[in-house]
Design a protein around this ligand. Structure first.
Ligand SMILES: Cc1cc2nc3c(=O)[nH]c(=O)nc-3n(C[C@H](O)[C@H](O)[C@H](O)COP(=O)(O)OP(=O)(O)OC[C@H]3O[C@@H](n4cnc5c(N)ncnc54)[C@H](O)[C@@H]3O)c2cc1C
Length: 331
């Protein structure tokens, strides 16, 4: 079995390490906690139907069962709760939106994913008046920050995680002791010299953490809510609300523009006061063609990349980590 070094422990590096260890590989992970990491800012939402035209996600039926199986297995391994299946209440405003939703609900390949409802459920009393409601099923959330921090503790305890103070420079002299090296660097992969042709177009995303003062825990919604912005309950009265898409940005920090954008959209949806308790930001490793990247370097064939998870790391990472692990161990 090969000795494999993984550089980067976001969701891509975490799941690849797990898949490789399941195949008996001697794995080492290195990460230097660089600013702008995407997985720890993300809500980890899996949403099968996205966009203004309510289109089903690419190959959702292939990816979803692998994701569910993987996160449930990791819950067992790490003894934590990671995976929640929760519907999304989709707010519909304009008559065209209501009409387009109804049309989609009647299409055979959307059966089991989309439906209509006459009320907003527990969200109802928190909303501005005038909305219609759709429901998205087969949606859920993975607690990515908890998975990454707990897996890191597990990897440290089992001697296969090395925290490094400086980013691992992509250079051959660093890797004499490994048969293969896999870069799972997220957006920083855009400057990896072993992969000059990968079409990165990274995007910054920001989100707010909210509380609803004066509403008791038992009256707070358990479903997710989506219009332009998505609100997801994180438990114990805390809600994640995001996100922004910024293609040009001066730094990796939360910004005033990001906060204003989110507040405007939250105020369009919500008719009750809320407190902002935090703001987070990360850089998504998005590609021009919006597809994940599983690649072998043309410059050095012992070097690989798992990247390009874009806006859908929670759904895509389990499937593509599994594919790459199979390639690396079975050729
Ligand atoms: C605000 C926001 C909301 C999001 N919401 C969702 C969502 O709800 N659902 C969803 O599926 N996706 C969501 N995403 C997208 C998701 O976060 C990404 O698809 C995914 O996390 C990318 O994971 P990754 O492992 O490729 O990269 P990252 O999570 O960025 O991890 C890369 C890691 O590599 C390390 N690293 C990089 N280079 C080096 C080096 N040279 N040496 C050492 N260490 C290095 C970094 O320190 C980091 O830990 C969201 C993103 C943002 C920003």
């Amino acid at each position: 079995m090969p000795k494999i070094l993984i550089i980067g422990q976001g969701i891509a590096g975490t799941l690849l390490a797990w898949e490789l260890r399941n195949r008996g590989v001697d794995v080492t992970i290195r990460d230097s906690n660089l600013p702008g990491a995407s997985s720890i800012a993300a809500a980890g939402i899996i949403n099968p139907v996205t966009g203004k035209r309510y289109v089903k996600s690419w190959r959702f039926e292939a990816f979803y069962p692998v994701a569910r199986h993987t996160y449930r297995a990791l819950e067992q391994l790490l003894n934590i709760a990671l995976w929640e299946e929760r519907p999304i209440v989709r707010l519909l405003g304009k008559p065209e939106e209501v009409n387009d939703w109804s049309v989609r609900c009647m299409q055979d390949d959307y059966a089991g994913f989309l439906s209509e409802r006459s009320h907003g459920g527990a969200w109802g009393p928190l909303l501005k008046p005038g909305f219609h409601f759709g429901i998205i099923s087969q949606s859920g959330r993975v607690n990515l920050p908890l998975l990454i921090s707990t897996f890191r503790q597990y990897a440290l305890a089992n001697g296969f995680f090395e925290e490094i103070t400086h980013p691992e420079e992509p250079q051959e002299s660093t890797f004499p002791n490994f048969d293969q090296v896999v870069y799972c660097e997220g957006w920083r992969g855009a400057s990896n010299p072993y992969f000059p042709d990968v079409p990165f177009r990274v995007s910054k995303g920001e989100a707010l953490l909210l509380r609803f003062p004066g509403i008791s825990l038992e009256h707070l919604p358990e479903e997710m809510l989506k219009k332009t912005v998505l609100i997801a309950p994180l438990g114990e009265g805390l809600f994640w609300a995001g996100s922004t898409y910024q293609w040009f940005f001066p730094d990796t920090h939360p910004s005033e523009d990001g906060r204003d954008f989110l507040l405007n959209h939250l105020n369009d949806m919500l008719g009750v006061p809320f407190d902002i308790v935090d703001q987070v930001a990360g850089i998504r490793p998005t590609m021009i063609d919006r597809r994940p990247v599983v690649a072998q370097s043309q410059i050095n064939t012992k070097i690989f990349m798992l990247n390009g998870l874009g806006t859908k790391g929670a759904l895509l990472a389990p499937y593509f980590a599994r594919q790459l692990a199979t390639q690396l161990t079975e050729k």
